[in-house]
Ligand binder design. Structure first.
Ligand SMILES: Cc1cc2nc3c(=O)[nH]c(=O)nc-3n(C[C@H](O)[C@H](O)[C@H](O)COP(=O)(O)OP(=O)(O)OC[C@H]3O[C@@H](n4cnc5c(N)ncnc54)[C@H](O)[C@@H]3O)c2cc1C
Length: 429
């Protein structure tokens, strides 16, 4: 037997499960098909710029992340709270303008500027309060599933009676967060994530998003786990006492339990099930001389006058992402589940960023374009979290097993690790 536990997949979930199980005294081997760890959280160095694969935001308010990670070691750099919205001019015929909205939980003194922005009136405030649900406010944590009846975000906002400019702010903010243009994501999930973003302050690790799985891998290997990259599993063989995996090179590895911690497509391929639907996005990364805009917030165009769901001057959040005297800019288009990213031409992206930031983008250097059709799990309304079990010696974990976020991936890993320990030791944790 190669190990007590074989974990397939070195993304956040697999690495977190490995760290917990190894710390519990089990021998653990993680097998990863890619040459590097990290799964969907990857970062590259391109011409001296630190460039994530696709646009990622880390919310330090995630409770499972607070448990699993050391924020000082990750050298977190923080966004300003809230977001900057491009909205129509105050009067007809006036050009669109940028309005920076801060979280009222962090900056109650800026509530007056919210009212003078022209975006908010008493009915929309009442609708926002109705939608957010003050009960969820008292927890301000990731209490999902909430147990409330669910519907789509679109239906939830309709029911709350949110219309007008504030509705466009909500629609575009959540389409950027969930990469879902059509607001078909779970309303309950949106409310929990909405509270977390109001209560927290988005951040990025100093060396990019890949620092997070690197930290989890370090925790796991320090506790004794082994991580084998470039090792693809092609079959999982169920057996109550000695399950095994078949590798692409034909070898077989046996264990007491096999944990499938793959992405939805990978897991479905190995388990013979239907993959959960996912939302896609494309991110264009630009290198620019100087600083095109000073904002430290994500910038979102509520007028939807182009393909982008958000753009951010990343080096304003962390100057070390770009060489001195230059800036790193991300521009992301959310695809949902249906659009073909190849349809958007780079010149449309440049034009849209130019409209949002109010600068000429024609001379900007394109560092990378990431087309990621399977980036985030689509959180369908009412979809329950899976109950972690060990069946035929095999268990599963990953964001798709719990909820569509990094926090969901970690939570699923913890729950699965507990089920594995129960199975092996026959005891409750
Ligand atoms: C561009 C982008 C932006 C995102 N932004 C956010 C965000 O802002 N906030 C947030 O909360 N979440 C965000 N997410 C989602 C978040 O990254 C994921 O929820 C989380 O990383 C999922 O971790 P995981 O371990 O469940 O899956 P994965 O990271 O997909 O890991 C699965 C691993 O299994 C491996 N694997 C698959 N099949 C096999 C096989 N047969 N053999 C061996 N190995 C295999 C894969 O190579 C992969 O390494 C974003 C994702 C993307 C792509």
């Amino acid at each position: 037997m190669e190990a007590d536990v074989i974990i397939i997949g070195a993304g956040a979930a697999g690495l977190r499960a490995a760290g917990i199980l190894a710390a519990d005294g089990l021998s653990v081997t993680v097998v990863e098909k890619d040459p590097q760890i990290g799964g969907r959280q990857k970062t590259r160095l391109i011409d001296g710029f630190v460039v994530d694969e696709g646009f990622h935001v880390f919310n330090p308010q995630y409770p499972e992340a607070e448990k699993a990670l050391d924020y000082a070691a990750l050298d977190l750099h923080y966004y300003d709270t809230g977001a900057c919205f491009r909205v129509p001019g105050k009067k007809q015929g006036q050009p669109p303008r940028l309005v920076s909205l801060a979280s009222p939980l962090h900056h109650p003194q800026r509530l007056t500027s919210l009212f003078s922005s022209g975006l908010v009136d008493p009915p929309s405030v009442a609708a926002c309060i109705k939608w957010f649900d003050p009960q969820l406010a008292s927890t301000r944590t990731y209490s999902f599933p909430t147990g409330n009846p669910d519907c789509t975000l679109e239906e939830g906002l309709d029911k709350a009676g949110l219309t007008g400019p504030m509705r466009r702010v909500f629609d575009t903010f959540f389409s950027a967060l969930f990469t879902d243009w059509s607001a078909q994501t779970s309303n309950e999930f949106a409310r929990v994530m909405g509270w977390l973003f109001l209560a927290g302050r988005a951040a990025i690790p100093g060396r990019g998003i890949a620092a997070i799985p690197a930290y989890l891998a370090c925790q796991a290997t320090s506790a004794g786990a082994q991580v084998l990259t470039g090792t693809e599993v092609v079959a999982v063989n169920r057996d109550e006492t000695t399950p095994s995996v078949t590798l692409a090179d034909g070898r077989t590895m046996t264990a007491k339990v096999v944990v499938v911690a793959c992405d939805p497509d990978g897991a479905a391929g190995l388990m013979g099930t239907t993959p959960v639907p996912m939302n896609g996005l494309s991110t264009w990364w630009f290198a620019v001389d100087g600083q095109p805009h000073p904002s430290k917030q994500p910038m979102i165009d509520t007028t939807r006058s182009g393909p982008l769901s958000s753009t951010v001057v990343m080096s304003n959040i962390n100057p070390a992402l770009a060489p001195p005297g230059t800036s790193l800019i991300q521009a992301t288009a959310a695809w949902g589940r249906s659009t073909d990213p190849a349809e958007v031409a780079e010149h449309e992206v440049r034009r849209h960023v130019a409209d949002i930031l109010g600068v000429d983008t024609r001379g900007w250097d394109l560092l990378a374009r990431d087309d990621l059709p399977h980036a985030l799990v689509f959180q369908q309304p009412g979809r329950p979290a899976r109950t972690p079990t060990v069946d035929g010696g095999v268990s599963v974990c990953g964001d798709w097993c719990h909820s569509a976020s990094f926090n969901g991936a970690l939570l699923s890993a913890e729950q699965t690790a507990a089920a594995v320990v129960d199975h092996i030791f026959g005891r409750a944790r």
